[in-house]
Design a protein around this ligand. Sequence first.
Ligand code: MG
Length: 201
Amino acid sequence: MKIICIGRNYAAHAREMKADVPTEPVFFMKPDTALLKDKDFYIPDFTKDLHHELEIVLKISKAGKHIQEQFASAYYDEIGLGIDFTARDLQAECKAKGLPWEKAKAFDNSAPVGSFIKKETLDLTALQLALHVNGEQRQVGDAKDLIFSFDKLISYVSQFVTLKTGDLIFTGTPEGVGPVKIGDVLEGYLNGEKLLTLNIK
Ligand code: MG
């Protein structure tokens, strides 16, 4: 499986990163070794500024390429939450040099995910995500504020990369990203239901 991550998909987050609001989706990938489930996260020693980015995650349920937007909803069946961990200091270096940012984004365990929910049980027009750190709300967002819809993302990415069953799409983070430190407890909520708990070691 592969993990496809969308960048700058909430305008407020693009602004907080001092980046332009994109006119077409921006994506990058993390390898399967980035996936972390039901385990603690250990801050790697190559970063001094590790940031959380809480994101809604789509689980691809059948293979497809060149998927048309009007059929895209048939290609994912479950929704969950994940953290797109980012070594912000390394990312800033990569950006400044115009280099790819994999070492800041694609490192081992950089994509923790929680439980997934069947799509049919959710109202996809009213999805609110929230991240609490040590019980305090740090990020909150609403899928209605996505610049590019889930269907648009699936359609767009599949023009370039064949999607396969089990692939995950991280759909972008709302504003409020920030650093994590050893001892933090991260909790991700979707419509008030806790789907993700992560201990930072
Ligand atoms: Mg992200």
